[in-house]
Design a protein around this ligand. Structure first.
Ligand SMILES: [Zn+2]
Length: 259
């Protein structure tokens, strides 16, 4: 259900069809104003890029989604499993996932190899940042539980989406990291481990009760495609950041408002 429109001025991953009452997207590195090595749609304030360019990129992306740049909530992202429930714009420190029931409030997580996961259920949305540490520690299902609690629905009513991240084709890890993951998420290549983060996250979400048909994946690898994505590993740490962004929206039809 995810589509990347490469010919667009601002090519981003969009859900097609987009679920009713929800706006969600994953960015690429194209369509922004940042200069190398952050070219061009860098959305990370702590990347080393000029902040005014990052702000311009954020505004450009949010406006393209018909979201208000002043109503943006972000997470401090400390590679933990804390989910913070928010109702207002601003930075929520010391957490890696955000959940809200508030319409029009955009939740964004940044990543450049880590897995961004977006969730929606009737009445709530969430965004989570899940690298190997967070995934091994339970971030995917912690955010799932938070969405259920906020919306007051069972896990079977939640839909989850995986954005671009580093995958088993590229993600070499050592023995200590590999030991934290099930065999299904690992491959042995030339005597070294390769970890597939989405496989690991998927297993955790299904174990927690997510319906398999309610999990969608862009399938994109950040490391494989330098023209499309930032990759912290590939670019040796000096690179931009991508976003996963989600919001509840009031769908207005002929003046009526539903939420
Ligand atoms: Zn790859």
């Amino acid at each position: 259900m995810w589509t990347l429109a490469p010919s667009s001025d601002l090519p981003i991953w969009r859900a097609t069809p987009e679920p009713h009452g929800v706006r969600l997207a994953f960015s690429t590195r194209r369509g922004g104003v940042s200069a190398p090595p952050f070219e061009t749609l860098n959305l990370g304030r702590s990347s080393g890029d000029r902040l005014e360019l990052v702000e311009a990129n954020r505004e450009r992306l949010l406006r393209s989604l018909d979201l208000d740049p002043r109503r943006l909530a972000t997470a401090g992202q400390v590679h933990g499993t804390t989910v913070t429930r928010v109702a207002n714009a601003g930075l929520a420190p010391e957490c890696d996932a955000l959940v809200t029931t508030t319409s029009g409030l955009a939740l964004a997580v940044t990543a450049a190899d880590c897995l961004p996961i977006l969730y929606h259920a009737p009445g709530a949305v969430a965004a989570a940042h899940s690298g190997w540490r967070g995934t091994a520690a339970g971030m995917p299902e912690a955010a799932l539980a938070a969405v259920c609690a906020a919306a007051g629905v069972p896990t079977a009513r939640v839909t989850a989406h995986f954005g671009p991240c580093i995958r088993g084709c590229c993600y070499e890890v050592g023995d200590e990291v590999a030991a934290r993951f099930p065999a299904a998420a690992l491959r042995r290549v030339d005597g070294r481990w390769r970890l597939d983060l989405p496989t690991a996250a998927r297993a955790r979400l299904l174990e927690a009760g997510l319906v398999p048909e309610s999990l969608h994946d862009t399938g994109a690898c950040t490391s494989c495609e330098p023209h499309w994505y930032y990759s912290y590993r590939r670019d040796h740490g000096r690179t931009g950041r991508l976003w996963g962004v989600v919001a509840r929206v009031d769908e207005s039809t002929g003046g009526a408002t539903a939420s």
